[in-house]
Structures are given as structure tokens and as C-alpha cells.
Write a protein that binds this ligand. Structure first.
Ligand SMILES: [Zn+2]
Length: 456
């Protein structure tokens, strides 16, 4: 039986052989085991860290994990001493806009596989090894990119995921993003319930598991998605085991989409306080929630922090400082007051926090370091560092159904970050990155930095 299958698939056998040989650089490498020992291990599931832990990596996976001295390594294994270091799982960002940023330009003309890869490298540089492009990537190109990356055709970078978006004609993405997404026909335009259902079925037919919808009217400047349309999208998506991410920024819209069964809420209400009716709804529905606050915050480029500046062209930094680093805008204090009030209430009511940044819209809040900004924000607003890290590790893996990422555990891909300091003591220590491991291989972060410098 097996033979017959092999023969009928003879064309595929050749491809498989090429893929296998490009992944393994000889028999020694394949079987090479590495034992990392002595480091503090943050598992990523909110449990207490394993002080002085150890884990074994073989063939790109964690094959054993426990206390130092309790994990045995096969003969000939390499030993790496991580005493004094902290290890956490690589992060996953569920909300990014990939492909348009070019630093000296921004738009559809930049959307190439090479530029998508560049943005994924920037996420990986900062320890984010899963990145989800939300509603702004053209479907056919995105599927192609994902297949090519899975087939090993690209150099190492963050794992690419995407979901298509749906909006009313001329609605949806904000003033910046809409021009680029329109040029690439990246957003599905739907006006009626039946149209929306047909669009969802098309996506389901391509085995797409997530879809984004925009429901707000951007303060009256855009057409609003009507309840019959988003209700149809959510209902049809759930029939196909698909997850709906809803962009909603006002209290009324958030109530409406959560009430209608949206699975993931995008944005935080920042112009009014949440009310008891909404909190009761959250307690009932417990949606995933990515507040994406950073894009509205003062840019970290204003802080002269090398952690941020190292990856950006000097001209871009200068332009941001000129544009965005003056006195705070008039409503900043009110926004902050609303966020400080609403964030803890959302979490207490059961909204399941997941990391998202909206990076890719503007360089003042860009790939990779924006993730560290957002996670630090969670702590500033009342979460423990352990809870904040969980929102960037286990929970997005759970939301996206990525079975081999999200925690440090046996069977997971060896996707982890080695830190020089303990982020459980101070969340800003997530920035003390020594190394990032992608499937057991340490990324060459210096080579990327040199490349980005050269490009400038
Ligand atoms: Zn967005």
C-alpha cells in the first residue's frame, strides 16, 4: 500500500528529498544534542519559574526539561552553561501589519516577499518568533509566502501567519493603511449578510482559520459595518470553526461585537469608562483581547534608547523626533486616565489578554521593540510580569492553535530567548536579550544589525 502511494506521488518525492537535504546539514547536525543548564526557566504558563533549570534540545525540539542535574544528556551532547541567565519562550504577536514599511517610503510598492521577510527578521531579532499579519496582507501572496517559509525557502525569521480582513466598501483600515491595502485588494469588501457569508466560505475553502473585521466608523469618516453584516460573518465563521478578530474602539461597538460572539477583541476603549453592562458581558463571553495601546502612546524613539534606535535608520529617527516627541497632545492625559481605568477592569472581567502591537503602520512604533513596549505597558497597568509574559507566549499560541510554541516544555520547538536579567523582577529586563533560539539554532542577530546599518 505504502509503495503504491510512493509511486503515484513520484513527482512529490523529489521535492521532499530536496527539502530534507536543505534542512539537515549532515548526519552529525541532525542528531546533535545541546543541554542548556543552570538558567532560570520561565515556562510561559504563569507558573513560578524553575530556578536553576535545565533542558535538552535535539533536532530543534525540547526533548527533556527539569531541574539542573535531573536532565540527562546523551553522550557527546554539547553543554551550555546558562547560570545567571533567564530563559523564556519566544513571543508571538497576534496583531501586526507586515510588508508596507520601507522606512524611507511606505506603501503597496514595498509589498514584496523580501520586505515581508525583513519585517519578520526584525520581529525575530527582538525574540518574537510568531507574527500574525492582520487584515492587511493580500491573501494569495500571503498563502504563497507561508508555504515557501514552511518549505524552508527563506532564511531564518519569525514564523509568518496572516488573516484576511473584511470591511464595508471604502471602510476598514485607517487613513494610512487603506491606500496600500486598496491598491493590493487585500481587504474583502462586503455590504450584505449573504455577501459576507460567501466571502467567509471562500476563506474556509482555503483552510483559513482567522478573519478580521472592522466595525467602527473612525469618528464618522468611514462607512460603518452594519450589525447584519458582522453577525453574518461571525455566524458563518463559527460554522467553519474560524475565529473572528473584531476591530472596535468605542464602548458601544465593543459591546455589540462581543455580544455578537466575536472571539478576539482588538483595541482598548480610550475615550470613556467601561460600564457595568459591558463588564457583565465580558464575564459571560471571556473574549481574547489585544488592546494594541502602543501606537497611541508617546513613541519610545523619543527616549534615546539604543534598544529601539539600533534597528532604525538615523534619518527615520530624526524625523520621528521632530514630529512626535514634542509636548503631549491635548487629550493624552484623558486617554491615559481611561486606559488606567479600563485595562484592569477588562482583565478582571475575564478578557484574555494576548500580545498585539499594530506595528507596521508607522516607524515610531515598529517591529519587535513595540512588543516589549506593549508587554511593559501591561505591567505598568497592573499585571504581574509573569501574567504579562504569558500574554505574549502561552496565550497567543493557544489562540492561534500553534501547538509547538508558547511554553518551555517537552515536545515544543526550541524557540526561546536567553536574557541577561530577570524580567519577573523588572519587566524591562525582557530587553536584556543575549540570544534568540529558533528551532534550536541561535539567530545571528549581529549580522542582521550590520545589514540594517549598511542599508542605511
Ligand atoms: Zn491593526
Amino acid at each position: 500500500m505504502r509503495r503504491v502511494t510512493m509511486l503515484t506521488c513520484s513527482a512529490l518525492v523529489g521535492l521532499a528529498a530536496i527539502a530534507a537535504s536543505s534542512q539537515s546539514r549532515g548526519p552529525d547536525n541532525v542528531s546533535k544534542a545541546v543541554l542548556y543548564e543552570g538558567g532560570r526557566l520561565i515556562v510561559g504558563d504563569g507558573t513560578a519559574p524553575l530556578e536553576a533549570g535545565a533542558f535538552l534540545v535535539q533536532n530543534g525540539r525540547i526533548t527533556a526539561l527539569g531541574r539542573k542535574g535531573m536532565v540527562t544528556a546523551p553522550a557527546g551532547a554539547t553543554r551550555v552553561d546558562l547560570t545567571g541567565k533567564t530563559v523564556m519562550p519566544a513571543w508571538i504577536n497576534v496583531h501586526v501589519h507586515i510588508g508596507y514599511e520601507g522606512y524611507t517610503s511606505w506603501g503597496a510598492e514595498n509589498y514584496t516577499p523580501r520586505n515581508v521577510l525583513d519585517h519578520l527578521e526584525r520581529e525575530a531579532f527582538y525574540g518574537i518568533l510568531g507574527t500574525v499579519a492582520v487584515g492587511s496582507s493580500p491573501t494569495a501572496q500571503a498563502i504563497q509566502f507561508q508555504q515557501d517559509q514552511q518549505a524552508g525557502k527563506f532564511p531564518p525569521a519569525s514564523r509568518f501567519f496572516f488573516m484576511p480582513g473584511m470591511a464595508p466598501p471604502n471602510g476598514g483600515p485607517d487613513a494610512i493603511l487603506i491606500k496600500a491595502t486598496t491598491a493590493l485588494h487585500a481587504v474583502y469588501e462586503v455590504s450584505t449578510g449573504p455577501e459576507a457569508r460567501a466571502a467567509v466560505r471562500t476563506l474556509a475553502g482555503r483552510n483559513i482559520k482567522h478573519v478580521k473585521i472592522w466595525v467602527d466608523d473612525r469618528r464618522g469618516t468611514y462607512p460603518k459595518m452594519t450589525p447584519d453584516v458582522y453577525t453574518a460573518i461571525i455566524d458563518e465563521a463559527h460554522k467553519h470553526q474560524m475565529t473572528v478578530h473584531a476591530h472596535a474602539t468605542t464602548l458601544a461597538d465593543q459591546k455589540a461585537v462581543v455580544g455578537a460572539g466575536a472571539d478576539v477583541l482588538v483595541h482598548i476603549v480610550a475615550n470613556e469608562k467601561l460600564d457595568a453592562e459591558y463588564l457583565a458581558l465580558l464575564r459571560e463571553k471571556k473574549p481574547y483581547w489585544t488592546p494594541v495601546m502602543g501606537l497611541g502612546d508617546r513613541s519610545e524613539v523619543c527616549d534615546n534608547d539604543p534598544f529601539v534606535d539600533q534597528v532604525l535608520p538615523p534619518k527615520t529617527i530624526a524625523a520621528i523626533r521632530e514630529m512626535s516627541c514634542g509636548p503631549a497632545i491635548a487629550n493624552a492625559a484623558t486617554r491615559e486616565e481611561m486606559i488606567a481605568n479600563n485595562f484592569p477592569k477588562m482583565v478582571a472581567a475575564g478578557a484574555r489578554l494576548v500580545l498585539g502591537t499594530d506595528a507596521g503602520i508607522a516607524p515610531r512604533h515598529s517591529f519587535g521593540w513595540a512588543d516589549h513596549h506593549e508587554v511593559a505597558r501591561y505591567v505598568q497597568l497592573g499585571l504581574t510580569p509573569s501574567q504579562a509574559i504569558m500574554a505574549a507566549t502561552q496565550r497567543p499560541a493557544e489562540l492561534l492553535g500553534i501547538k509547538d510554541m508558547g511554553t518551555l516544555a517537552v515536545g515544543k520547538s526550541a524557540d526561546f530567548v536567553v536574557l541577561d536579567a530577570n524580567p519577573l523582577e523588572n519587566i524591562r529586563n525582557t530587553r536584556q536579550i543575549t540570544n534568540v533560539s529558533l528551532r534550536g539554532t541561535m539567530l545571528d542577530r549581529d549580522a542582521w544589525l550590520a545589514g540594517w546599518k549598511k542599508a542605511n
